[in-house]
Design a protein around this ligand. Structure first.
Ligand code: HEM
Length: 440
């Protein structure tokens, strides 16, 4: 019998403890054992805390699981795009999108990533205070627009950002987890959500229309490829499907990377020794010139810094699955319909797998020792067939943007500044990240 996490109350279950401090509750629940039962008024879930069991769910027995109820709910925003679709539709769409993420294709995006970053960072004035998270969101949006869709999202950045804020706000409303059907009521938050989705919908449909008409795109970008794709019977993709894929790739392809970099710079500001070592590597490898794809193998420390930041602050902080049949996991019967919840945040900070887990130490990724780590003890990009399609893109982008920015500016954060984490669909810093920029 799987034990309950502690702190369960009548009627609300664990909801009060979760709403008080989500991460403290989940960390505490992870100590109950390899699995722990969690109950909210809207959710009955099993928290899975053992990498072997995670492997069983995401790889060995993946056919017994679908995405979870939260991913299903996300269809209200993303429709049937790559992140949320299932079965044959997902398989076909993944196959069609895959070529845009091949190694050689991604290498071709490097220069666009660096030049967009240089333009962004060159606008930082010496001594200026900025919201780094907002800057990075715009930058990564611009990069995904330019590289994958051959469009300039500059003019759209504010509109997309605003719509996205409205949409994501609903996913952090703790009451939605505690009160059934709360999300169907016409509260201000829910009305903003509906308006935000409508705004994103209109932007994406305009983009698909102008691409179809040849007014945007370069003919071989990802959206052009999807538009040109034909089934065996010669039919192409509907505008609805193209809208869903475009929105999914634009959202999944920029917010996570922006978050990973935001936390990277937070950690660098708090660890001057790491920053000094990174700056020394940049000076040695680049000597002041712009990084290119060919430099990546030598920007080893930059990669370690980026990986380590994603260990402590995984942008996709938790992932869920739903059992589609009765199934046995870790010797325990799991009923069809059960939600299984795996929290990367916990596994990445678990002392069973990571020495001094709360210490920011990029050098733990040097040498070979980390290669023995269980693949589900560190998995910022997920695992199994639904692993992130953009992980190679994101790693390259992370290292190039980090190197380009750190080469040109030093960002500091007020020592007293407390970062409040928001466990939305992604892990967000509440109110962004205020930094002071010094030109180097
Ligand atoms: C640091 C950056 C990123 C992180 C941490 C991240 C994380 C993840 C994770 C954990 C999943 C799996 C979700 C699950 O199993 O339920 C995922 C899926 C996905 N990601 Fe990423 N991602 C990142 C960047 C990107 C980029 C740059 C793109 C596209 C350009 C992208 C597009 C996608 C898509 C389309 C899926 C769904 C794949 C499928 O189900 O076939 N991601 N991502």
């Amino acid at each position: 019998m799987i034990p309950f996490a502690r702190g369960r109350l009548p009627v609300v279950g664990h909801f009060a403890a979760y709403a008080r401090d989500s991460f403290a509750f989940l960390e505490e629940a992870s100590r109950v054992g390899p699995m722990a039962r969690i109950e909210f008024p809207v959710l009955k879930a099993v928290l899975v805390n053992d990498p072997d069991l995670v492997e069983d769910i995401f790889i060995t027995q993946h056919r017994h699981f679908s995405k979870d109820m939260f991913a299903r709910d996300l269809k209200r925003v993303l429709g049937e795009g790559l992140l949320t679709s299932e079965g044959d539709l997902w398989r076909r769409q993944r196959r069609l999108a895959q070529p845009a993420f091949h190694r050689e294709r991604i290498a071709g995006y490097a220069d666009a990533m660096v030049s967009a970053t240089e333009a962004t960072v060159d606008a930082f004035r010496h001594g200026e205070r900025r919201d780094l998270h907002a800057d990075l969101m715009k930058l990564t949006l611009q990069i995904v627009g330019r590289t994958l869709f051959g469009v300039d999202t500059h003019a759209l950045a504010d509109e997309i950002g605003e719509a996205l804020e409205a949409v994501l706000a609903r996913y952090v409303d703790p009451i939605a987890m505690g009160v059934p059907h709360w999300d169907k009521l016409p509260t201000p938050l829910n009305r903003r959500f509906v308006a935000g989705v409508a705004q994103l919908d209109r932007i994406m449909r305009d983009l698909v229309r102008s691409h179809r008409a040849g007014k945007t795109g370069n003919g071989h970008d990802l959206l052009s490829m999807l538009i040109a794709a034909r089934d065996e019977d010669g039919t192409g993709m509907s505008d609805d499907q193209l809208r869903d894929e475009t929105l999914t790739l634009i959202l999944a392809g920029h917010e996570t990377t922006a978050i990973a970099l935001t936390f990277t710079f937070l950690l660098l500001a708090r660890h001057p020794d790491v920053r000094a070592k990174l700056e020394a590597e940049l000076a040695e490898v680049l000597g002041g010139r712009s990084p290119t794809h060919a430099d990546l193998p030598r920007l080893a420390y930059a990669e370690q810094v980026f990986k380590e930041a994603m260990r402590l602050y995984p942008p996709a902080w938790s992932t869920g699955r739903e059992a589609v049949t009765d199934v046995v996991v870790g010797g325990e019967p799991i009923e069809k319909g059960t939600q299984l919840w795996v929290v990367q945040w916990n596994l990445h900070r678990d002392p069973r797998f990571h020495r001094d887990p709360l210490v920011f130490d990029p050098s733990r990724w040097a040498g070979d020792a980390h290669k023995k780590l269980h693949r589900f003890a560190y998995w910022p990009f997920g695992g199994g067939p639904r692993m992130c399609i953009g992980h190679g893109f994101a790693m390259m982008e992370g290292v190039l943007l980090l190197s380009t920015i750190a080469q040109r500016v030093r960002l500091s954060i007020d020592p007293g500044h407390q970062v409040e984490l928001v466990p939305s669909v992604t892990l967000r810093p509440k109110g962004g990240l205020p930094v002071k920029a010094e030109r180097r």
